[in-house]
Design a protein around this ligand. Sequence first.
Ligand code: AHR
Length: 871
Amino acid sequence: MLIAKPVHTKRNTIIISVILTLIAYSNQTAHSQPNTDSVFLFAYSSGNNDYHNGLHFAWSTDKKDWKPVGDEHSFLKSDYGQWGSQKKMMHPYLLPGPDGTWHCVWQLNNQEPIFAHVASNDLIEWGRQTYPMVNESKNCFQPVIYRKDDSYNIIFRNNSHKYFKVNTTDFKNYSKASEVPENQYQDLSSTITLGDRKQTGQIYRVNWPMVDKLIKKAEDSRAKYKLHNEVTKQDPQRFASLKPVSMRLSVESGKAKPISNLLIGAFFEDLNYAADGGLYAELIQNRGFEYTPADKLYRDSNWNAFHSWIFHGDQAGFKIDSVSPVHVNNPHYAVLQTRQPGGTLTNGGYDGIAIRQGEKYNFSAFVKSLDARSSKLRISLVTKNGKRLAQTEIAFSPGAWRKMNAVLHASETVSDAHLEIEPLSSGIVGIDMVSLFPNNSFKKRKNGLRADLAQAIADIHPRFVRFPGGCVAHGDGLHNIYNWKNTIGPLEARKPQRNLWGYHQSMGLGYYEYFQLCEDIGAEPVPVIAAGVPCQNSGGGPRGGGQQGGIPLEEMDEYIQDIIDLIEWANADASTTWGRKRAEAGHPKPFNLKYIGIGNEDLISDVFEERFRMIYNAIKKTHPEITVIGTVGPFWEGTDYREGWKLANNLELPIVDEHYYQSPGWFIHNQLFYDSYDRSKSKVYLGEYAAHLPGRPNNLETALSEALYLTAVERNGDIVSMASYAPLLAKEGHTQWNPNLIYFNNDTVKPTTGYQVQKLYGTNSGDEYLPAIARLSNEEAAVKNRIAYSIVRDSNTGDIIIKLVNMLPVEVKCSIDLMNTTTFNKHAIVTVLTGAPEDRSLKPVSSNIPIENVLSLKLPGYSFSVIRLKK
Ligand code: AHR
């Protein structure tokens, strides 16, 4: 073995690494290659991590000395139900079929009458998982599978130690479970010693090449894992001897290709209080008294109709009632019963109400005298110390519920005021839908959006906005699927709903407001509708967890009609039923909807496919002008990705939605991801992506890896039509997900470094890609992969835009030969985003540079530069 004093010349480093690779390779092959054509394969679950680690393999030539395949590498994981509490693979049982197909069944949990099945030809790529329901038993423990003639029996026991059998030929249709005697339960598992632990699983004799492939797969995964987990913290070692690099970039004249003009968009989901308490400008929390413990996954008794409201006075004077409400969809309201001197009802909004001196605030509430008396309410905005900053009075008289309006003028700027409602004489009064809006909402819209947040989104210049999610779109269980019809019309008639991120959606920010926002910022609306199935990560429901069997087929026509109605609502004129509703809401002109997403990173199951096909075919038939966006799962690889693409190819879908949250290293080392995509197949909407580091910051390191990757997305802009970073917004103190693009509190918007990257791309996009050849002074892969470029032309302005990313710690001297592509001004504008990798709120700086035949500039270490050559 070579023992060398570390001498850091480039040549020595290469020689040493080649020798080490050879040693590692020879060790590994000596270790792996048996002197026989077939070996024993052992399949098991370690049970570690509460059964979340999935299926592992070990192999042996003699059934005594067992070697693990990878370090407990997981070849298959359960995808049933919620993250954390579910997705368990308990007691997997593997069986090869006569056609070479391997079948695996396993127990999912202790309480549901359900087990799991999946098949594979090579034990590496697995097909769709199914979760057959066995209604005859309470639960399904330790299922085993064996062949019976031309079919398969699956036998399991329940918690009363009764044994049941189901039979199937196709693993789609199962016989009813019948009780069988215990001796029919043929568990052929063995227990072996692996390392220092006993493991139980099944042993089969298989050909060595099969095991060899498993070993190579595990090794490949480990190598990729290492590469993808490269972080800038290692750069001082990785690039210890790196000198500044120079790059010469030459545009390849005549090779320009058209790319999508919709590339950069925004992903909006009501997550992290992005809607209520965020973009939706309503300042009153729980305005409709509709909070309920059921809004929370683990019911919270303090999260109820009284939430956010405090009554100062005799507590008996404040009740919640639901008799004769303003609207059945908003059944609860407050009842104030006061004697003079009476009490005061207060609401502190979302962490206080931020108001600005000199601005107007529009108050409204539904009020009803419940004792047939006339009276008045004093409405005030008050500081913590009791100072009144604005006040007005509203008078009401006996009769039905009436909406009262008033305007409050703020005399000071404070960030933590509260609203007070004070009856001015004795009596009983009902109050509901208490609302306070800044008059100065975005574009001064009624029921509008917070101006500073909406402006921050507009500043990205997104070409489209996707809404309402994300997971919110397909919901936590069948009853939580987002229904757009519940979100339009008068606010009091909208139907609030539990937000699966653990709070309440008032639906004040609904489809009308989303479409209006898109119109106001010049973005295409991209609503995403559930594909007739809830999120596969849903918790348990009456029909089990996960997709819960999907919307029953007999209800699918109605569900599909709702989607067709959405198209009518958005695009038809006021003579139609749904077009009229839009017109009545204040928008007689159509919204010009062009895209609809069906599904959100769903598990591509048979249940999903059946419903997706029904919806897709119906839209295609009734509205061929609408572009349907399909979905290919939550990851960039794996079963859902493969199955989703198979379905997309089969249906010839126009676009599919890909999602991946990955490490910066993944983005650095996967820049060719789309280069090999088949241009004749569906186009791609990269609907959710972000670089994730441990601790989940949004900093220059993550932002640069996204910028780097986006150069590749632009290069592939002929196949990638749209891309949206996710998620967009997060309120400080109410964040369920990190990182996000824009953080905010009640009075400040805090764009991240990643936001600046999105904005630089959004404001500097083009519709033509100009390929170029780069010549680097240092061609090492680690160096090459950290420098990226993209050159586009914007046909609207004729400007050429060059984007350059340097993720190295050293400067890159760059010269760009535009090959007389066109004539330009004498100066170019260069905008540079740079700093330390851990910087979270950097801002780009712009300057002018002279242009000659060749454009020369220095790219600082860790930087993203955008050069705009003005025509
Ligand atoms: O963007 C946050 C979440 O990530 C989305 O709701 C979901 O689609 C994805 O898993």
